[in-house]
Structure formats: structure tokens, C-alpha cells
Design a protein around this ligand. Structure first.
Ligand SMILES: [Zn+2]
Length: 342
């Protein structure tokens, strides 16, 4: 029987392995605080063979899944000792070399590629807002090689297709709309319109068929019509009309128009209609009844002008046609009476 008293406990220099049965020095055994002699019962060689065997691996795996083991690992991972170890280890060249190798393999894995593809946009957005990127941008100077590459890309079909697709995207439209309403854009537009280049462009554009077609389409649109109606009511338009009516161009046009048959016909018709309306109005009727008008009518009836008119009228085709029709009606009348008498 072995005494529990330390002073009476004799530590043997060698030990027999309970697996292989070989007598080995104690340095060939791992320490085990739980056992009586503080060393494992199996030698290092046997233990290594066991942990690498299928049975040993299965046992270890099952053991790691136990709640006891999980709790232990958790406590251990959070211990100061473990943290200090991790920190120290992360600075070792061994760890760095391992990381480099691992990352190289990992970055080329299908899993990683798929992840990058799925998260590229989000990652790039985040990256662009990072201080690191902003700092890099300020100091970034592309090499000649990079410049050449960029130029080649801009001229490539791929780039053109991309730009084309972007210009038709909703995103671009929204951006454009917001931009065109901004102060920055308005200021730049104003500056361009006042520049020689801008003026030349506008002059060329106004002469182009594109401009005329676009104007025509606008004038015929509901929006264009409404705007024109509103414009006609404005003081600006009235002032413009007034000024225009006094121009030589307008006067010449008016003069030419006054001599057209169209205008004369219109005038004649208008006067006739106006006189008719006037004669039927109370004012017109009153005028006809005045002594002055009666005297004028009487004098007119006996005037040479009136006699000449009557003479011409009696010989006119209109009068002859009227007389013929009148005489015919008189001849027909007796016959009608006879037929009625029967
Ligand atoms: Zn052994």
C-alpha cells in the first residue's frame, strides 16, 4: 500500500505502460493530475497511436461534444491566460506565415468567390466611405501603365455597353433629375449660356431641324397649349403685341392684307350684316323716323343718282327675271280659278 504522505511517497524513475507493457522512463509519459502518480497510464507512443486511430478520434469527437467539455472550452477561451497566449501567438512569424497561406487558399476557394460576388457592391460602397479609401484617393497617382489600362477600358465595347445601360437606368434618371434641380447645375448652365461656346451651340441648335421638330411637338402638346394661353393673358404679351403692331414689318403686312380680295369680301359682308342689325335696333329705327332722315330719303328719291340707278336696275337681268316670273304668275291665275270652280 502506498502512503498518501508526500515524504513517504517514493517516485520511481521508470514506469510500465499499461498498453504495450514496456518499462519506460517517466519522461515518456504525459502528466495526468487526476492519477495517483500524476502520470498517464499509457506511454506517449501508445497514446499518440490511440489519438490517431479511428477509435481514438471518435472518442475525442464525442468527448468534445459533451456539455462539460463545451463549458470548459468556453471558460478557457475567455481566460486571461488564453487571451495572452493568443495575443503572443498572433505576433509570431509562424502564425503570420500560416495566415498568409490560409488566406491565399481561402480567397481562391469557390465559397469565397461566391461570397465576394454576392457582396461586392455592398463591400465597395462601405469601402468608398472609409477613411482609408479617402486618404488613399488624395495621394493616388495612377502609373502610366494604369492610365493606359484605363484608357483601353474606356474605349472597350464592355465599357460602352455598361455606360449605355447605366444611362437608361432608373438610378441614372433619378440622379439626373436631382442634379438638374441643384444650384450647382443652374450656376454651371448659366455660365455656359453666357460663354462664347454656349452661344455658338445655341445658335446652331436653333437652326437645326431637331429644334424645330421639338418646338412643334411642344406647341401641339397640352402643356404647350396651356402655357401659350397663359402667355396671351400676360402683360408681357400685350406689351409685345403693342410694340409689334408699331413695327414697319407689321404695318407693311397690314397694308398688303387690306388690299387682298379676302379682306375686301370680309369687310363687305361685315358691313352688310352690321347695317341690317343696326336698322333693326331701336336706335336704328328711331333714326329712320327722324325728320332729317325723311327729308334725306325724299331728296334722294328725286335725285339724278337714284333715277340713274332705277334705269340701270330696270334693264338688269335680275329685273327681267323678276318681271318674267311675275307675268307668268298672272297668266296661271284664271286657269286655277276655273279648276277650283268645278
Ligand atoms: Zn506503451
Amino acid at each position: 500500500m502506498i502512503s498518501k504522505e508526500p515524504e513517504n511517497f517514493i517516485v520511481p524513475a521508470t514506469k510500465k505502460c499499461s498498453k504495450c507493457g514496456i518499462e519506460k522512463p517517466l519522461t515518456e509519459f504525459y502528466r495526468n493530475k487526476g492519477s495517483k502518480d500524476k502520470t498517464a497510464s499509457h506511454c506517449k507512443t501508445c497514446l499518440k497511436a490511440y489519438t490517431q486511430s479511428e477509435k481514438g478520434k471518435a472518442y475525442q469527437k464525442a468527448y468534445n461534444q459533451t456539455e462539460k467539455r463545451k463549458a470548459y472550452r468556453k471558460t478557457y477561451d475567455q481566460s486571461e491566460k488564453r487571451k495572452a497566449y493568443k495575443k503572443a501567438y498572433s505576433h509570431t512569424e509562424k502564425h503570420r506565415a500560416y495566415q498568409r497561406t490560409y488566406l491565399k487558399t481561402y480567397n481562391q476557394s469557390e465559397e469565397r468567390k461566391a461570397y465576394r460576388k454576392a457582396n461586392r457592391k455592398a463591400y465597395y460602397q462601405t469601402y468608398k466611405q472609409s477613411e482609408r479609401y479617402q486618404a488613399l484617393r488624395k495621394t493616388y497617382k495612377p502609373s502610366e501603365e494604369q492610365k493606359a489600362r484605363n484608357k483601353a477600358y474606356r474605349q472597350s465595347e464592355k465599357c460602352k455597353a455598361y455606360i449605355n445601360a447605366y444611362r437608361h437606368s432608373e438610378k441614372f434618371k433619378a440622379y439626373n433629375k436631382a442634379y438638374s434641380q441643384g444650384e450647382k447645375f443652374k450656376a454651371s448652365q448659366k455660365a455656359y449660356c453666357q460663354s462664347e461656346k454656349g452661344k455658338a451651340w445655341l445658335a446652331a441648335y436653333k437652326k437645326s431641324g431637331k429644334c424645330k421638330a421639338s418646338q412643334k411637338a411642344y406647341q401641339q402638346s397640352e402643356k404647350g397649349k396651356a402655357k401659350y394661353e397663359a402667355y396671351k393673358q400676360s402683360d408681357k404679351y400685350k406689351a409685345y403685341q403693342k410694340a409689334y403692331n408699331q413695327t414697319e414689318k407689321r404695318k407693311a403686312y397690314q397694308k398688303a392684307y387690306n388690299q387682298t380680295e379676302k379682306w375686301k369680301a370680309y369687310q363687305k359682308a361685315y358691313q352688310k350684316a352690321y347695317q341690317k342689325t343696326y336698322r333693326q335696333s331701336d336706335k336704328g329705327k328711331a333714326l329712320i323716323q327722324t325728320e332729317k332722315n325723311k327729308a334725306y330719303q325724299k331728296a334722294y328719291e328725286h335725285s339724278e343718282k337714284r333715277k340713274a340707278y332705277k334705269k340701270v336696275y330696270r334693264q338688269s337681268d335680275k329685273m327681267k327675271a323678276y318681271a318674267k316670273a311675275y307675268n307668268l304668275s298672272r297668266r296661271v291665275k284664271p286657269a286655277d280659278k276655273e279648276s277650283n270652280a268645278e
